[in-house]
Design a protein around this ligand. Structure first.
Ligand code: SF4
Length: 394
């Protein structure tokens, strides 16, 4: 069994391999294999896996490359992530991909899908519209048609037909993946010092570029290691980070939150990997329908989803209570409409519930964390010192 340090070193490299070398090597072993890139947040990777493909998450370039051409494509009042992705595309980093999926999260992603089409990237570019109606005969039918379109596009690429048996097998593997991730979060809820938030982030992000079988092996080994009494508890508060579901915060920012006195016990950094709560039915004669049903009834909450029947503010508070967190850090990318438009509603809910919070914005390539460190440090200290004081008095 590999040591925890070995795995974490490996995943930290893989998480930010913007050449996608592992995925390219995987594809080179078999001419019928395909690489399908998908953007944040959620995409049912099972269908690609079942058709001899690898769905690779494209989460932006972070602070790892200098943006030169990407800035020419976007106005200054647009978030940073699409600039990094355009830069990767223009630099040839995505040339080995056969197709791209742009899940409907906001207008920026929609426009980015158009730019990929104009630039002729991939053999297909699909803007995948998610239903905002959760009735199976309305939103469900619509979503099924969207997935069938993706399936047809992949079949055109490699001639592989999707069978229910193969799709059920893929669903089983991804069920295992989601379960392992949740088990790691559950252990970290009580023992967050056993695996830092940065290490967890690398572990999950690496999974966006690996076959699920390999990622499951890594997760299983990490789970074994963190069941041991390792590391040392420090005097920190526990927080949930919310709002960072699409453009990812720089790793330095996650580290800063921890250094400033917080254990992050839940977050929405790699939300797509945790989107479906619980298992998808892996025994159905109609596994595409099982994926559709899972989306309609087992999706987590996010600013990307219209959820009047199941308000995200209540689900966020419930998460904070379940994780026994001391407060919330609202961290959203600058100019991110979905996250920032939701923020007042979420903050109001916190105030009504007496849950403490702080808020700030970032870019994926933010390099200065001093102000954030001071803000988070003061937040942590205030909770430690005045834990029992009513919210309005602290
Ligand atoms: S970070 Fe926000 S605004 Fe930018 S692409 Fe993602 S959801 Fe859209």
């Amino acid at each position: 069994m590999k040591s925890l340090e070995e795995i974490l070193e490996y995943t930290s490299q893989l998480a930010f391999d913007l050449e996608f070398r592992h995925a390219r090597d995987w594809k080179a072993e078999d001419p019928t294999r395909v690489l399908i890139g998908y953007l944040p947040i959620y995409f049912p990777r099972e269908i690609v896996h079942a058709m001899n493909g690898l769905a690779v998450g494209i989460m932006g370039a972070g602070d790892r490359i200098q943006i030169i051409k990407g800035d020419a494509y976007y106005q200054s009042y647009i978030c940073h992530m699409p600039r990094g992705i355009i830069e990767l595309a223009l630099n040839g980093n995505l040339d080995n991909f056969d197709g791209f999926i742009f899940p409907s999260i906001c207008d920026v992603i929609r426009n980015l899908s158009g730019m990929f089409q104009i630039l002729g990237k991939g053999k297909f570019v699909k803007y995948l519209d998610y239903p905002q109606n959760f009735l199976s005969h309305v939103g469900g039918e619509f979503y099924r048609a969207e997935l069938m379109h993706v399936i047809q596009e992949i079949e055109k690429l490699n001639g592989v037909k999707l069978s229910p048996e193969k799709l059920n097998q893929s669903i089983r593997l991804y069920n295992r993946n989601r379960k392992l991730i949740e088990e790691i979060y559950t252990i970290r809820q009580d023992y967050p010092w056993r695996l830092s938030a940065v290490d967890l982030y690398h572990l999950l992000r690496a999974g966006l570029t690996l076959p699920v079988e390999m990622h499951n092996e890594l997760l299983e080994t990490v789970l074994i290691h963190i069941q041991e009494d390792i590391g040392e508890e420090m005097d920190k508060i526990k927080v949930v980070v919310s709002g960072a579901f699409c453009e990812q915060p720089p790793v330095g920012l996650i580290k800063t939150i921890e250094i400033a006195g917080c254990y992050i016990v839940d977050d929405d950094f790699m939300l797509g990997s945790r989107w479906i709560e619980g298992d998808v039915d892996d025994t159905s004669d109609d596994p595409v329908g099982a994926l559709v049903d899972a989306y309609l009834s087992q999706s987590t909450f996010s600013s990307a989803v219209y959820d009047i029947e199941n308000p995200k503010s209540q689900r966020l508070l419930e998460l904070v209570r379940r994780r026994k967190a001391d407060g919330i850090i609202f961290a959203a990318p600058s100019f991110c409409d979905p996250a920032l438009l939701d923020r007042p509603t979420l903050q109001n809910a916190c105030e009504e519930a007496g849950i403490r919070y702080i808020s700030f914005q970032y870019h994926e390539n933010t390099g200065q964390f001093k102000v954030i460190q001071e803000q988070v440090g003061a937040f942590s200290d205030s909770i430690k010192l005045w834990e029992d004081m009513p919210l309005e008095a602290s």
